[in-house]
Design a protein around this ligand. Structure first.
Ligand SMILES: C[S@@+](CC[C@H](N)C(=O)[O-])C[C@H]1O[C@@H](n2cnc3c(N)ncnc32)[C@H](O)[C@@H]1O
Length: 365
């Protein structure tokens, strides 16, 4: 297995003392409790107050500011102390924020992940076992009876939608700036944005280049969402929508014009391996020798920092239990193999964009 160097260091040798390993094992056993307590320390504003206080705060002060009972504050502060998000001064009994608490509170990726895990994943993960056995997103039933989460996106409860889109946009938005430079380093008259969702990338393209036309391919219900989101924004008259279910192997890519660039951002991770080959083969079918296909993905083995690989392999489990039951955050070896199976070749790989994206630039064989 190929791994970037930070990951090789972390994943090929044992590096914990027995005591640390035992603590981590207990941390896992109490994972759901650790998660909910820490989330509520943010939600009740306690971590915020601790950060802003010069000398820390007593339990009584926290109770008075939050209007929580002394019992509730004690439950949260006892647990948070042993989790490691707060510290206590034993002379004064005043609590302050620890380094971990500071990251939990201020790291945007962590905040997005907390909301995503609570609002989208938490209940559905209870059905992970059935999902793994049946290859179906068995946890999705908490929200509705769709075969995949994508059919239901526009109908999810508002808070769930907010966290889903917040999560999706956070990861892809941070890479769009660098991605634009890569994609538009060669002439692009027409760009096909496959799985273009609410049109954020398409809007960036039409603002970056005054002539390009973008066609977004997505499920019909997302095309409607996209139209609502882009309406009236400058350049949106150069964005077209094309409703399609790409899981249907007979659904062909549009052939109305020649697409110089086909863009797939955080898209192929929504599909199982055979489905990916089916989609890429249909893309290859409309490509000429001069067309480029760009796959932007967070490949877990190509992360510069270990926590990113940790996040990505855990996010894979959302795909199993909630999204579709058969997809994941891929290892680059797998993605390259699927690209070749579809009759394409990997021309260049750009790593380290935004929150850890890579762009795989492909050509037709
Ligand atoms: C994770 S989102 C990625 C959105 C966007 N490209 C980005 O980078 O943020 C995946 C997109 O693929 C679309 N999608 C999922 N299954 C699809 C299918 N069977 N046919 C067409 N589009 C699909 C979803 O509706 C969604 O807009």
């Amino acid at each position: 297995m190929n791994l970037f160097s930070a990951l090789e260091k972390a994943y090929t040798t044992e590096h914990l003392s027995a005591r640390d390993a035992q603590r981590l094992a207990e941390f896992i056993a109490f994972g759901p409790i650790v998660f909910q307590v820490s989330r509520l320390m943010i939600r009740f504003g306690i971590l915020d107050m601790l950060r802003d206080s010069d000398n820390g705060m007593t339990r009584e002060e926290i109770a008075s500011r939050t209007k929580l009972s002394d019992y509730a504050v004690k439950i949260l502060t006892d647990a948070s102390l042993t989790i490691g998000t707060i510290l206590v001064d034993t002379e004064t009994d005043r609590f302050s924020l620890s380094k971990t608490g500071w990251f939990l509170l201020t790291d945007p990726a962590t905040r997005v992940n907390i909301d995503f895990n609570h609002d989208v994943n938490y209940m559905g993960l209870f059905n992970l076992e059935e999902a793994l056995v049946n290859g179906k997103p068995e946890g999705l039933k908490y929200f509705g009876e769709w075969p995949t989460i994508y059919e239901g996106l526009s109908k999810l409860p508002l808070q769930v939608q907010k966290s889903w889109f917040g999560f999706d946009h956070f990861y892809s938005d941070s890479s769009f700036g660098e991605a634009l430079k890569i994609v538009f380093s060669l002439p692009v008259d027409n760009l096909l944005d496959v799985g273009g969702n609410t049109g954020r990338w398409a809007l960036q393209c039409v603002s970056h280049n005054k002539d390009v036309r973008v066609t977004i391919l997505d499920l019909p219900q997302q095309i409607q969402l996209m139209r609502n989101q882009t309406a009236g924004i400058e350049g949106s008259e150069r964005i077209d929508g094309y409703g399609i279910n790409l899981l249907d192997n007979s659904a062909q890519f549009p052939t109305d014009k020649h697409y110089d660039a086909i863009w797939m951002s955080q898209f192929l991770d929504c599909f199982g391996e055979d489905e990916i080959v089916g989609i890429l083969s249909r893309a290859a079918h409309i490509m000429s020798r001069s067309s480029r296909l760009y796959i932007m993905e967070t490949l877990w083995d190509r992360q510069k920092y270990e926590p990113a690989a940790f996040c990505l392999t855990q996010i894979s489990v959302y795909f199993t239990a909630l999204a579709n039951g058969n997809s994941k955050m891929y290892h680059s070896d797998d993605m390259f193999r699927l690209v070749e199976k579809a009759g394409l070749r990997v021309e260049t790989v750009y790593d380290g964009l935004g929150q850890g994206h890579s762009i795989i630039q492909c050509r037709k064989n």
